[in-house]
Design a protein around this ligand. Structure first.
Ligand code: FES
Length: 213
């Protein structure tokens, strides 16, 4: 399969899905800029099957890390499965997370961002943001790969985007994850957040639209 082909069979999707999880859990930290660059090439060929969480209620669930996270200016490393707290993330930054009860459901993987609040604008739903945290499905609406956080100087907007390296789609997390580079045609669906007890980041809703293709 070339770098521009998408997976076409259930077997390919399942294989890619497993590989992607292994990469995330083994290496983690693709929110760290220097490491993200090393990850980009292999991720071009990885597709994720959108299988869904089986109707589990999302509202009320705490977000937990799907990859190891070390804030760019921090000394502490947070591990896969750690709950996300409001003080954890630098700004701007992004990390892959799962709802705590759906850590094996790739369709429910969520890309959590922390952005300067005054830069989060329409069509983002402001009622679904909390202290600069805003979250979208991590599943590309083109053919279902996982989107990465691109902090390079060459994004479609000139600021960080959610970038799917399977076929090049980019989404603007500052503006409702709208499409800023094709071939995707639909935004990444937003999901509601609040700061809960013990300062953990919790979901307040289901996804605002269909996840994935
Ligand atoms: S799956 Fe094709 S651009 Fe994301």
């Amino acid at each position: 399969m070339s770098s521009t082909d998408s997976p076409t069979t259930d077997e390919e999707l399942s294989s890619n899905n497993t590989l992607r999880r292994r990469i995330v859990q083994t290496f983690g930290g693709i929110g760290v800029v220097s490491f993200a660059a090393a990850m980009l090439t292999p991720l071009k060929t990885l597709g994720i099957n959108a299988e869904g969480g089986g109707g589990t209620e999302l509202a009320g669930q705490t977000l937990v890390l799907a990859e190891r996270y070390q804030p760019p200016d921090g000394d502490t490393t947070f591990e896969v499965g750690d709950p996300v707290t409001v003080e954890m993330m630098d700004m701007p930054d992004s990390i892959l997370t799962f709802p705590e009860e759906l850590v094996d459901s790739n369709n429910d993987m969520i890309r959590l961002h922390r952005l300067p609040e005054d830069q989060i604008t329409e069509p983002t739903n402001p009622d679904w943001t909390a202290e600069g945290y805003v979250a979208y499905s991590a599943i590309c609406t083109h053919l279902g790969c996982t989107v990465d956080w691109d902090t390079s100087d060459e994004t479609a907007t000139g600021r960080p985007t959610d970038h799917c390296f399977c076929h090049g789609s980019q989404f603007d997390p500052y503006e409702g994850a709208k499409v800023v580079h094709p071939p995707a045609e639909r935004p990444l669906p937003q999901i509601g957040l609040e700061v809960g007890e013990d300062d953990v980041i919790q979901l307040t809703s289901d996804f605002g639209d269909k996840v994935g293709p």
